[in-house]
Ligand binder design. Structure first.
Ligand code: NFS
Length: 676
């Protein structure tokens, strides 16, 4: 019976990918070869069999009404005469591409923000003391966040300023946070955290988000058949919705997660499929929301669960993670990373995965087919993310009995340990890493306890040891060689003295490659960055967490501005953004809020805009005039790095710091000469 299912569900792929060329990572290649030998199809094979639609890829297929889909590919003679392409309603290629782009932003913003809402609801339950399983772990962060949500942290009694009760503050912060999703009036409170000139640009352009949900709804309305028919106006709403993600839903998610689960500080861990263990129960956690995974981490450390695992013949419980849930439990607990987005099927193909627990986002439905061939239990946990296959176990997770649910899930995994086939193959590849950086730890590491500011970072950018900053983020994409662009790009940047801030699957890729160790500085960096990293003992690539933690990049950049010496707006900083192997709609939302926050942002692979050159130009040229940041596309990772470095150099020049300036000790004579 199991054999029959295997035949039907995970039938041998018709065309197979070449394992030697799909990835730069040896563990991935080994596991793909094993999958193919076993006749199990994976995403790599499907990418060979199924080619992308040539019109969809250009962004010019409109399926927003039943008169379509209307397909408007770029004609060969485009540019000679008038562009007469139109859909049945008359929608132009620009309108169609802009509508599709805005819908991607809406979906991406919704995904990050709904995740944020979920966390905010748990926070409210904790603040109301409706659950014993979640408590406020980081009071300092709560106090730091409160004023940004209009909550006082002190109270005046008889002329004396007293600290307010923490429980009271927590309740008000939770209510104020949740209000950001649906308030009737005003604008997002966090917009005020941005540097003033940036905020003023948003005012001028009319793109300040009112509340998070409303901006997603309005995107859907304006992209409905027959509504907004001006790509520039559509992109205004796209921008407003993206800002509701970056300075709203995602930023709230990060802040509240820090309050509930603790603000990350640097810690050591490991990465890649080789973190799984032969003699322990392997539980792989995959998805995005840390609400459940935090509880699984806590449950896995209880004597009850450890004893239970031992009673079943295992030496312990080995947790590891895939995608951004992985980054969340890495940054706070040091739980090792099992792999990136494209390795999710491969974790099961080891034969050592006793349970894969998934929540929301970036989860392949094919996991259900792959587990048919192994003993692995696939457990869905979120009411909004189930799978149709009947071999999937659904255990709905509820914050009101979180620990109970987490233990139930772990027990399933432990009970399954004995069902492993003899044929287990855990690739012998893993790397050490130091992760868990953030706004606070950068301040500490680069400012020191004495100063505790971003002074040292700014100083080293000004004196040229650090040429600039790069935020490199985002996914893997099966249309490109796994991790190649991530790693080539990051190595090229650090070689040119650019300090890299990473999140998401780029962070995982860098961890797998050993770039997240302080020792990497001596191997890969240019002399300036090497000196800084070695002096303060940090890696040249700082892992800031999951994709919602891109908000940490925005706030770190804001701190750079506050300290001074590098301009007054985020677009003044010698910095650039990148998503070299993007694939998800969330990446488009991130890209747009980076751009609208003043960041020059380069995407690898392609953008779904090539069928509408005028709209494409709006993104890649006009945006800079409006917001100071713009989109760019470059699939070649070296050229991609060069574009970012050229932009960084341009900004250095504008700031007048293009020639490295060493500090000189001046005597009175020198000073008098200067003043004269
Ligand atoms: Ni970001 Fe995280 Fe990875 Fe891409 Fe998916 S895990 S939220 S979307 S694939 S980086």
């Amino acid at each position: 019976m199991a054999e029959d299912k295997k035949e039907v569900k995970a039938a041998k792929p018709k065309k197979m990918a070449n394992p030697d060329t799909v990835s730069i990572d040896a563990a991935t290649r080994e596991m793909l070869a094993r999958a193919q030998k076993m006749g199990i199809e994976t995403v790599f094979d499907r990418a060979v069999t199924m080619k992308p639609c040539n019109i969809g890829i250009q962004g010019t297929c409109c399926k927003n009404c039943a008169m379509g889909p209307c397909r408007l590919p770029l004609p060969k003679d485009y540019g000679e005469g008038k562009d007469e392409r139109k859909g049945l309603c008359g929608a132009t290629a620009n309108t169609i591409a802009a509508r599709n782009f805005v819908r991607m932003i809406a979906s991406g913003s919704a995904a990050h923000s709904d995740h944020g809402r979920g966390v905010a609801e748990v926070f409210l339950a904790a603040a109301r003391k409706e659950t014993d399983d979640y408590k406020i772990k980081d009071v300092q962060k709560l106090i730091a966040v409160a004023p940004h949500l209009g909550v006082d942290t002190t109270v005046e009694v008889d002329g004396e300023v007293l600290d307010r009760d923490v429980d009271e503050i927590a309740l008000e912060v939770a209510e104020a946070a949740l209000n950001e999703w649906g308030k009737a009036e005003g604008e997002l409170l966090y917009l005020q955290r941005a540097p003033k000139p940036l905020y003023e640009k948003w005012v001028k352009e009319g793109v300040r988000p009112r509340n998070i949900d409303r901006e997603v709804v309005e995107c859907m309305h304006r992209t409905h058949m027959g509504v907004d028919q001006d790509y520039k106006n559509l992109m205004k709403q796209g921008t407003r919705c993206a800002l509701a993600d970056g300075w709203g839903g995602a930023m709230l998610a990060t802040d509240i997660q820090d309050i509930l689960f603790g603000t990350p500080y640097p810690l050591q861990s490991e990465a890649n499929l080789g973190v799984m263990k032969h003699d322990q129960v392997n539980v792989v956690i995959h998805g995005h929301e840390p609400v459940l995974s935090e509880m699984i981490v806590a449950a896995s450390q209880t004597t009850e669960m450890l004893d239970y695992a031992k009673s079943k013949g295992a030496k312990g419980i080995q947790l590891s993670g895939i995608c951004c849930t992985a980054n969340e439990i890495l940054e706070r607990h040091g739980v090792p990373l099992c792999g990136t987005f494209l390795q999710q099927e491969l974790a099961i193909i080891t034969g050592a995965c006793d349970a894969m627990v998934v929540d929301v986002q970036c989860i392949f439905q094919n996991l259900a087919n792959v587990v048919e061939c192994f003993h692995t239990k696939l457990i869905t946990t979120h009411p909004i993310a189930k799978m149709e296959q009947d071999n999937v176990v659904h255990i709905e997770f509820d914050e009101h009995h979180a620990m109970e649910d987490a233990k139930r899930i772990l027990k399933i995994a432990i009970d399954n340990f004995g069902n492993r086939d003899a044929d287990v193959m855990i690739p012998n590849h893993k790397a050490s890493q130091v992760a868990g950086f953030g706004v606070e730890s950068i301040e500490y590491h680069l400012g020191g306890t004495f100063r505790g500011t971003y002074y040292t970072l700014n100083d080293n950018i000004i004196n040229g040891r650090i040429r600039g900053l790069a935020g490199v983020v985002g996914c893997n994409n099966a249309r490109t060689k796994h991790n190649e662009a991530h790693i080539t790009l990051v190595k090229e940047l650090v070689k040119n003295d650019v300090l890299v801030l990473t999140t998401g699957c780029n962070g995982i890729a860098c961890a797998m490659e050993g770039l997240l160790t302080p020792e990497a500085a001596g191997v890969y960096c240019g002399p300036g960055l090497k000196e800084v990293c070695e002096t303060v003992g940090i890696p040249p690539v700082l892992h800031l967490g999951s994709c919602v933690d891109n908000s940490r990049i925005l706030l770190a950049a804001t701190e750079v501005i506050k300290v001074g010496g590098l301009g007054t707006d985020l677009c003044d900083i010698p910095a650039a953004g990148s998503a070299p192997e993007w694939m998800s709609e969330k990446a488009i939302s991130i890209g747009q809020y980076f751009v609208a926050s003043g960041v020059y942002t380069v995407f690898g692979y392609l953008l779904p805009t090539s069928g509408a050159p005028v709209f494409h130009k709006h993104l890649t040229e006009d945006m800079e005039k409006i917001y100071g940041g713009m989109w760019d596309v470059e699939p070649d990772p070296i050229k991609h790095a060069k574009l970012m470095i050229a932009h960084i150099d341009k900004k250095r020049k504008e700031l007048g710091i293009d020639k490295a300036r060493e500090r000189v000790l001046m005597d009175m004579d020198d000073r008098q000469k200067l003043e004269a």
